[in-house]
Design a protein around this ligand. Structure first.
Ligand SMILES: [Zn+2]
Length: 166
């Protein structure tokens, strides 16, 4: 028996967090782009809630992968972003040496959202790689975006499912 690719979903990022979500039982898939805006809009949590409502997915079966993104010690954000996320959030820390600046941990924030939506912690896999710190491996908008002589590419994160030919 052979199989073919039935569906591929991809998300393009350069510092933002790519999140791939799959249900091995129903075959439902999602590819999510979570920067500070998406995180503030709770895109990861809403995606799982929608999969549960519209596709009868049980969140406890979902497997999620959080790919490389800018990390929680490199991602500095201002007052406005901090306010939209809720300043006391566990994934935000105040920079004492830089007044009005905060560090945002996108993987931590989105892991929390997935768990709020019912995804089990053992089913959430976090890459932990930092796009900003590894120029040989990853594109980074924060690192290269301001330099006009560099073309900032994007990281493509793909999730797919196969179907069998009978
Ligand atoms: Zn970093």
């Amino acid at each position: 028996m052979s199989s073919y690719v039935d569906l591929l979903l991809a998300v393009k990022t350069a510092d933002c967090l790519p999140i791939l979500i799959g249900d091995p039982i129903s075959g439902s898939l999602a590819a999510v782009h979570a920067g500070w805006k998406g995180t503030s809009d709770r895109i990861a949590q809403k995606t799982v809630e929608r999969m549960a409502e519209q596709q009868a997915v049980d969140p406890r079966h979902l497997i999620a992968a959080l790919g490389p993104s800018i990390c929680g010690t490199c991602y500095e954000v201002g007052e406005e972003v901090a306010n939209s996320l809720g300043r006391t959030a566990s994934f935000l820390s105040k920079r004492e040496s830089h007044p009005g600046k905060y560090l945002l941990d996108l993987p931590l924030a989105n892991r929390e959202q997935l768990m709020n939506a019912g995804v089990l912690p053992q089913n959430i896999h976090v890459s932990g790689a930092c796009t900003f710190l590894e120029p040989a491996l990853f594109f980074s908008y924060r690192r290269d975006g301001a330099n006009p002589s560099l073309k900032t590419g994007r990281l493509l994160s793909v999730i797919g499912r196969a179907a069998s030919l009978s």
